[in-house]
Design a protein around this ligand. Structure first.
Ligand SMILES: [Zn+2]
Length: 242
């Protein structure tokens, strides 16, 4: 097994190569029900050839992986045990639960793992630690993106106040008095999706409804917001699930 992956936007999608003696000309790519990507390659193909062939179909793969994971997520609710996948800024990490007799250390990302030390060892304890970690990360990351966008967008005089609120169906909102609310689950999404939501909410400072002028404003300030919105829509159930 080799550790190979394609990069698509913010995402890194690993795949497994299976040399298939019956194949002669091209690779075949499958996305398993749990989102694993398997590439069947003819015996003579070099890793570079395979990488090229896979990279060419990156867009297709990403959308199928996301669909598969969204479906799979329903089948298997989170248990907060080692080996589960967690998402952060569009990247996948593996949850590692570390029982400890000492004072548990703060949750941290280490390589491709999210390490959670726990004295209690109960899923509920791990869950609340992961949730708290997401909130801290969300607050930091959203504040940076809001500050950056506020500087860039001509109608925003200063960064608006914002707070986090877990919502089931919405990524954010902007009140008439200019307070921005963002859903902490959004910090699991790819960066470009967060950028879209921030732009969306800040655009409400200029246009309060979703009329044609509102969407035109988005077009002026982002060339890819539609793609980002689509990605978010596809991932909504996976991202909002705890
Ligand atoms: Zn809106």
């Amino acid at each position: 097994m080799t550790d190979t992956a394609i990069i698509y936007g913010d995402q890194r999608i690993p795949y497994l190569v299976n040399v298939d003696d019956n194949r002669t000309t091209r690779v075949a790519i499958h996305v398993e029900p749990d989102g694993k990507v398997i590439v069947d390659a003819p015996p003579g193909f070099s890793p570079v050839d395979i990488q090229k062939a896979v990279q060419k179909r990156a867009r297709w793969i990403v959308s199928h992986v996301e669909d598969a994971q969204a479906r799979f997520a329903h089948v298997r609710p989170r248990e907060y045990v080692s080996g589960e996948q967690v998402l952060y800024l569009g990247c996948r990490y593996v949850l590692k639960v570390l029982p400890t007799a000492a004072k548990p250390r703060a949750v941290r990302l280490k390589g491709n793992r999210l390490e959670v030390e726990t004295r209690v060892g109960a899923a509920e304890d791990v869950r609340s630690k992961v949730r708290a970690w997401y909130r801290v990360k969300a607050r930091d990351y959203f504040a940076k993106r809001l500050a950056e966008a506020s500087q860039r967008l001509p109608w925003v005089n200063e960064m608006p106040p914002f707070r986090l609120l877990e919502m089931n169906k919405q990524w954010g909102s902007c009140s008439a008095d200019g307070q921005v609310i963002l859903n902490p689950h959004l910090v699991k999404a790819p960066r470009e999706c967060i950028e879209y939501v921030v732009l969306h909410e800040l655009s409400h400072l200029k246009h309060h409804d979703h009329g044609p002028e509102f969407w035109q404003l988005l077009d002026v300030h982002s060339s890819h917001w539609r793609r980002s919105k689509q990605t978010l829509d596809r991932m909504v159930e996976t991202l909002m699930m705890e």
